[in-house]
Write a protein that binds this ligand. Structure first.
Ligand code: HEM
Length: 128
């Protein structure tokens, strides 16, 4: 019984800790990629808001990583600053999309979400 209790408590702790654990940069990118598809596919406001919220968190987490192309560059170097600025641009557009999603205008939100692709392409051209 005690062992079962310990198992339950530790698995609960693990599950609540996992979402806040650091992800790798490719993990963050996969959240963004899955989110791009999910946002276009859904007609449910709550699902769209939660997808965009996860995408925002992934973009924030991506800022805690230095891409391989910038390996060895200091955090305050022009290049790393430019990488952060590109992710901030993405976050700003996610926020515009989130605002539309929160009003319930999902069609408008989908149009705003399409603009994320150009920011992605620019980011990939410079840093991937
Ligand atoms: C919605 C926007 C974005 C999507 C959907 C996206 C998607 C992806 C995907 C699918 C990968 C491949 C991950 C893998 O190798 O398994 C990737 C890699 C990468 N992306 Fe993005 N991306 C986005 C925005 C950005 C932005 C804004 C930047 C830069 C500021 C960026 C920088 C990178 C870098 C550096 C890699 C290589 C990561 C590595 O191999 O370690 N991405 N992205």
């Amino acid at each position: 019984m005690r062992k079962l209790l310990i198992a339950i408590v530790s698995s609960t702790l693990l599950c609540t800790a996992l979402p806040s654990m650091a992800q790798s940069l490719p993990d963050d990118m996969h959240v963004l990629a899955g989110g791009m598809k999910a946002v276009q596919a859904t007609n449910d406001k709550a699902e769209m808001v939660s997808t965009l919220t996860d995408m925002r968190a992934a973009a924030e987490d991506a800022k805690t990583h230095t891409p391989d192309t910038l390996a060895g560059k200091a955090n305050d170097s022009t290049e790393v600053q430019a990488y952060h600025a590109q992710l901030d641009k993405l976050i700003a557009q996610i926020d515009v999309t989130l605002k539309q999603a929160n009003t319930g205008d999902l069609a408008a939100a989908k149009e705003e979400a399409k603009k994320l692709a150009a920011i992605r392409n620019e980011g990939h051209k410079n840093f991937r």
